[in-house]
Design a protein around this ligand. Sequence first.
Ligand code: C2E
Ligand code: CA
Ligand code: CA
Length: 811
Amino acid sequence: MTMSGVDPGRVRLGAAFALSAAMGLTGITLALIAAPSPVHAPFTFPAVLLVPLYVLAFRYTLDFEIHKESHVFVLTAVPLTLGALVATPASHLVARLAGALIAVAWARQPPVKAAFNTAVAALEVGTVATAVSLVPASSKPSPALWLALLLGLLIVDVISNLAVSACLAFLGLPVTRRSVVQPLLVGIPATVVFLCFSVLAVTAAWIEPLTVLLVLVLCGGLTLAYRAHQRLTSQQHTTERLYEFARDLGPVNVLQPGALVVLDQVRELLHAERLLLSLASEAGWRHYAAVEGLPPGPALIDADQFATVMRAVDGDRPAGRRVSADQIVTPLLRSAGLVGILAATRRMGGARDFDLGDVRLLETLGSELATALERGRLLADLERAATTDPLTGLPNLLETTDRLDELIAASPEGILLAAVAVDSFREVNDTLGHQVGDDLLLEVTRRLRLTTADALVGRIGGGRFAVAVRADRHGSGAEMFGLGLRAQVEGGAQIGVVGTHVRLSVGCVTGPEHGSDAATLIRRAETAMYSARHVNGGPVLWEPAYEVKGQRRLAVVTALREALSSGAIGLAYQPKLDLASGNITGVEALARWTHPALGAIRPDEFVPLAEASGLMGPLTTTVLRQALTACKGWQRRAAKVGVAVNVSADTILDPAFVTEVAAVLTAVGVSPDLLTLELTEGVVVNDAALAVERLGELRALGVKISVDDFGTGYSSLTYLKGLPVDEVKIDKGFIDGLSVEPADQAVVRAVVDIAHTLGLKVVAEGVEQEDQQAVLLHLGVDEVQGYLLARPMAALDMAVWLRRREASQLR
Ligand code: C2E
Ligand code: CA
Ligand code: CA
């Protein structure tokens, strides 16, 4: 047979039982062979009376606090002395064992503990009887007898203490030198005191049996004094600890890790085995428990059990209740009413149940806790306000940055981040009011939240959002991720009574390739997003070149602001030719700017910057004035040559623009029908409702409207129907491949067909070659503009060019 099948726990228990058996048998043997007491009492004391004395001594212990540690003294030394002097060893043994058995049964001690205590009881009787039997016989207790008793009791003390340590070691519990020595240091003096008391009482009874009455009175008095002292010290102790608890109690937020230790402190203050905190929340009751020996935490509790607790609390007054001998509860009240319930179960130590004092203590602790919870909630609210965007409930820029850093740390495969701008947000806000603007953002938020459940969505500015996901959840890469977002969010949206079209500009980055920290990644995604505005929304993937551009952007915007106020922005003009008549019908004004340090800056670069930095208004104003002034200048010679001015989206949607155009026309003195405003197709289509209204107003002035870059946007040709426009300019992209690309021809032909049916003029821009022009003529295009006819030129050159042209035509 091998040892492998043997449970080590059983081996340990076996050792503990064996030790108990050895001690018990030794005790019994000693008691049986010991000679009877050497003194002959003048009275008879029935040994059976020792049984209740032993039980009482076990049941009513003396608790003292020494050096901040509590010590429990068992009074067995008293009946032991009495039994050794007045009973035969055998009857004493029987009485002692009976007392011990009743006591362990009463305390429902587990078998090991019961066996051990019973064995120690036998050993006590045997040892003390043996010690006493060694003293020569005498008629009354002598000092030699006292010493023998003392010796016997001390030996019992030492042996039982060592046996306890041995048993603990057998059971695998920790034993230290301190845990062995400390009880002896306190126990031995106590034994001496109890012995003195017992010998005194017995000796007095020897002389006069009735002194027993005096001894009883004395005992009663001492007990009362002890009780009073005990109550006082425990009260003082509780007050002290309550004070410390209240002093150290900060705001408590149960959702924060570690916050629940406070429950364990409350439980310890109440000497309860279990403490339950139930808190009312919008989602129902939530429970938290602290149980002796376990870390405090959220708890699931039985519905019936909770119903009992609920019934016990008085919902209006902060009054605690004793539900049963081992449960007390108190409501937690704030101004708003009942916010929670605190319940303590099973009082530990001191062998008593919960009393009124405990209920009062629970009430006090409850009200402290309610205040701490309230403060915790206020603090959490403040934190939320500091980290959350109040409109959408999304994390704000600060919080988004923090959470993105966390996401980066938790994503070994990297992350994808998209910065998203709602294109028409500012216009909607300015023209339809903030309420509609807010509702638009809420709708966009709702759609953005449809991204994967673990996506991070934050609002990083006015109409700007950030969406981040772990790269391994989107294997297809950042651009696909950006495209997916557009597909998910863009489209028609009904905002109250207003129907609008949501469009996004999306810039993307990947981490850690494009930056290791959240702040850098967000900044770069935004840079890419601004670029996306000019390429139909993107998505645009960030690249290092943008960083340089970013710095240049700043320099250009600053310089542009200066240039606009100092009048450094000039115009170039490029003529348009009517193919049928060979006449010059108008010229397009194109902004030109040469900066002393930065050199010539193309409108492709500074026009978008003017848009992004709010400089579009001043730019349009200067262009309009210069263009109309030049136009007036060449009217005297070349009659009926109009001027076309490019107008950006921001400008056309601004109601003040109509007034401005009218004012400039009047001030310069040019007939409105000589002015054409060129708008890119995107503007007209995206914000159709608004644009239509403005365009109608402008046309009412007599101004013509041209749809620029036609064919690059989304619109179908039929969309043109019903729009208040006069001409379409087919984008250069279709003209470039015209002579070789049949598809481009088809597009141009279709545009011409539809435009002519709608009564619109068709212009082709960017015409560079003769054969292109020939095809255009063949396809029925009305006018051409491009390098073939003339490059854009300065105002004076334009005037000369027009004069020469007129002259050659006349010849
Ligand atoms: P756009 O309105 O499509 O203007 C036509 C652009 O094509 C001009 O570039 C012009 O110089 C160029 N171009 C004309 N013919 C040819 C050709 O045969 N071949 C080639 N390769 N290019 C040709 P520019 O002047 O650099 O202007 C670029 C864009 O900047 C314009 O495109 C327009 O959208 C914008 N822009 C220019 N001036 C203004 C302005 O005053 N206000 C506004 N809002 N935008 C402006
Ligand atoms: Ca144009
Ligand atoms: Ca164009």
